[in-house]
Ligand binder design. Sequence first.
Ligand code: IFM
Length: 477
Amino acid sequence: MSDAFPALPADFVFGAATAAYQIEGAHDEDGRGPSIWDTYCREPGRIEGGATGDVACDHYHRYREDVALLKELGVDSYRFSIAWPRVQPTGTGPANQRGLDFYDRLTDELLAAGISPAATLYHWDLPQALEDRGGWRVRETAQRFAEYAALVAARLGDRIPRWITLNEPFCAAFLGYATGRHAPGAREGRGALAAAHQLLVGHGLAVRALRAAGVAEVGITLNPDRLLPATDSVADREAVRRAETLHNETWLDPLFAGRYPRGEAEAWGPMADGSWREEGGLELIGAPLDFLGINYYRPITLTAAPHRDPDPVTRTATDIRVAECARDDVRHTTMGWPVDPPTFTDLLTDLTARYPALPPLLITENGSAEADTVSPDGRVHDTDRIDYLRDHLTAVADAIRAGVDVRGYYVWSLLDNFEWARGYGRRFGLIRVDYPTQQRIPKDSYHWYRDLIAAHHHDRTRHHISTAQHTGEQAAR
Ligand code: IFM
């Protein structure tokens, strides 16, 4: 491995990630039904610039070109998500085969390119018909999710080895049902806690369905946060404590410690009565997993926000937006997020210490939104993104050296895409997308990542050859 690149284990998996609603477009083709994001984007004032995912990167029609770019990049694995409303337009009933056909074609294209597919079942695009019946607040949605998982696995489970049930359920529950910053745009503390629980139950039921279908690997992707108090004051430390419950323990405790979060009574008061939980929930949620996916971008520095909102859940979820401090000691990306790679190592080592039952980790997202421009030479010289990726991969290598079991890393994202409430103004891609023409321009970071992967593969081959030679020589002796 060249000195310019972080040293990672020989069998480390390099990948790139995307999500259906952010790239596919084709919002009403081949029988796809509306999702909560189609509805939310049409509500005035929700999305910057009034953008929608109707066309996005037109990946639905251009997936062959995009897989060719992945092949050229040299990734071992590609993480994409499956749109539930393509498979079940109203969230129930038999599979819409035309919807599944798309993922069938994509999967075969990836396999033919030598790339291992990794599929996320839920990256936030709930069929609108299910939201109309209560959405993630109700148990029925968790049950429907498991049925959907079974339909998809029956068609694709023989060729997709790696399955992720949910992506960042924190966002689905608390941005979707508490702050209203994501679809479906609700602001209800109790509803958000119920959604958090039913998302986890849905995960547990989907794990069962995927295991029954015999798929190779099952996991979930969380976005645990590294939360830091702005000062040592009691108020700031309490703000961090409540945020710990909301962001981290709500997910990690039932999944990996067999308990509901200890801090919830203190954080949510009477709302923490758990009236929405059923018996046996913990057993279902805590089913053993093959890996935990971690999405990490930046630390959050918090100061206590003025408590205007009487609902402790919506208040804590909203506090993050109100109380997150900009820092003057580090650079910020165009998301306004501070760049502080050592906090990534801290997060990974801390999680490993706090949750002894954690399965192996995969970094399922990491990347940065930068103010990219096309230079007169026709290229995108995104040196800030290269620095970000190198420094975060180095942070992962440091965590591995400290004893954390990290098996792979997926860059977010392959393509510039629809960044939810921020519309198309934030660019995370290794590949620039010129939206009016849909032209793809690989950025300098794409070439950097390609070289890193090639160097790693080269070293791996050399290692195998020298090990084989060594073993051969020993046998000959
Ligand atoms: O674009 C999102 C992705 O959908 C989920 N994780 C964070 C990314 C950047 O905000």
